[in-house]
Design a protein around this ligand. Structure first.
Ligand SMILES: Cc1ncc(COP(=O)(O)O)c(C=O)c1O
Length: 412
């Protein structure tokens, strides 16, 4: 749990003494006891799990101490919206892993994306976004940012230092997502960061695929990262959470002030599940990495498959940057079928899978498959209807291989 400043601890103690004195000295109707109880339980409980602290109202020790300020590290706890100890514990744990200045938790990954844009962009600014970005992130830029007068440009994810050609005088932010959603292009982040910083723009990265573990974003020049904790930190497809981590205090303050006014708070119950998820993340990541790599290699040898888009394989665009900058891989990759397969056949492949389920999101324990169609998607590679994204879960690897084999053989 993040340490409270001494002043807050003192205020808390004064508050407890004050309240118990008030309650003990007053006779109470049973209805009042429902709210202000004198019941006692044993003290000294210790366990291995983090407590779940839910709150909208946070108590102040005196009328004069009441304040509505978001930075709970600075002023102590003031309102549930800005985090309870459960939320702040998850934030501090994610920050510790990512090596930033501080982290805030949002109710989902998409919320983290929107909040970053709202915190750092204003009318008249220009933002650059990779064509391979997560689709709702693209839509937020195209529909919401443009509505508020922000200029939005898209750049090829492989641009590297060639991103320079996409800069304008008013470019203030460059988004990266590496590897990209569905098409998995690994980006040359240090090259992009160098150009951006020279032009006075900040670099923001969606670091969800690496779980904030396999890619050290801050060491590679990123200023602000976000993750959908919904994925590997949660790990069981049963919660939605996001994180934003800032490299420095100035950016952290800008984010906090915006979060206070946007008013998005994560549920402490979900945060406690994510804290539990963290404990097993290392073993899940390792098992998933090994299974995904082995299945990706095997799929690459199948005659039905034209190309496997797994960052750990040379067939993936930007594989050289993965090799240079990443310490491992996770469980999401895509396959591109040979041109001879129709859309109906590709969909039949997905429908015939028995163990792989069909559904959005990823990084849970269940393997998933989703077919995409890029025919009407500008800026994406020419894979048409032939691309299927796989999420590898924790099922037995040979069973998954058998499932993929029977579905490939049944494509017709
Ligand atoms: C790369 C990436 N970023 C962000 C998100 C959004 O996360 P959430 O579903 O928690 O809003 C997703 C969700 O699929 C994603 O794949």
């Amino acid at each position: 749990m993040p340490a409270l400043p001494w002043r807050s601890k003192a205020l808390l103690l004064a508050d407890v003494l004050h309240r118990s004195f008030k309650i003990a000295g007053m006779p109470k109707n049973w209805k009042t006891k429902l709210i202000h109880s004198d019941a006692k339980i044993p003290e000294g409980f210790r366990s291995l799990s983090s407590g779940v602290q839910r709150a909208s109202t946070v108590l102040f020790p005196s009328a004069a101490s009441v304040k509505d300020e978001w930075d709970q590290y600075e002023v102590g706890y003031t309102y549930g919206l800005y985090g309870t100890p459960t939320t702040l514990e998850l934030a501090a744990r994610v920050c510790e892993l990512e090596g930033g200045f501080r982290t805030m938790i949002t109710p989902g990954g998409q919320c983290a994306i929107s909040l970053i844009n709202l915190a750092f962009l204003k009318a008249g600014d220009h933002v650059l976004i990779p064509e391979s970005v997560y689709t709702p992130s693209r839509k937020f830029a195209a529909k919401v940012l443009r509505k508020f007068g922000v200029e939005v440009g898209f750049y090829p994810p492989e641009a590297g230092s060639g991103i320079q050609a996409h800069f304008r005088e008013n470019t203030r932010m460059v988004w990266c997502e590496s590897p990209g959603s569905i098409t998995l292009e690994v980006q040359d982040i240090p090259a992009i960061a160098e150009v951006a910083h020279a032009a006075g723009a900040m670099v923001v990265m969606d670091n969800t695929w690496s779980a904030g573990i396999h890619f050290d974003a801050f060491a590679h020049g990123v200023d602000v990262t976000m993750q959908a904790l919904t994925k590997y930190v949660g790990g069981h497809s049963d919660l939605l959470l996001g994180s934003i981590t800032a490299r420095d205090e100035k950016k952290w303050r800008q984010l906090g002030a915006t979060q206070q006014l946007v008013g998005c708070a994560a549920s402490p119950d979900d945060c406690s599940l994510a804290l539990r998820g963290l404990k097993t993340m290392a073993v899940r990541l390792k098992a998933i990495e090994e299974a995904a790599l082995s299945l990706a290699r095997w799929l690459g040898e199948r005659s039905e498959i034209e190309r496997v888009l797994h960052p750990g394989l040379p067939s993936c665009p930007g594989h050289e940057f993965w090799k240079r900058d990443f310490t491992g891989s996770t469980g999401v990759f895509s396959v591109v079928f040979q041109p001879r397969f129709s859309k109906a056949q590709v969909q039949r492949f997905v429908d015939q899978l028995q163990l792989f389920e069909i559904g959005y999101s990823w990084a849970g324990v269940t393997s998933l498959a989703v077919a995409y169609d890029f025919h009407a998607t500008p800026g994406r590679p020419d894979y048409g209807h032939r691309i299927v994204r796989l999420n590898i879960g924790l099922e037995d690897r040979d069973d998954l291989k058998a499932d993929l084999t029977q579905a490939l053989e049944g494509m017709g």
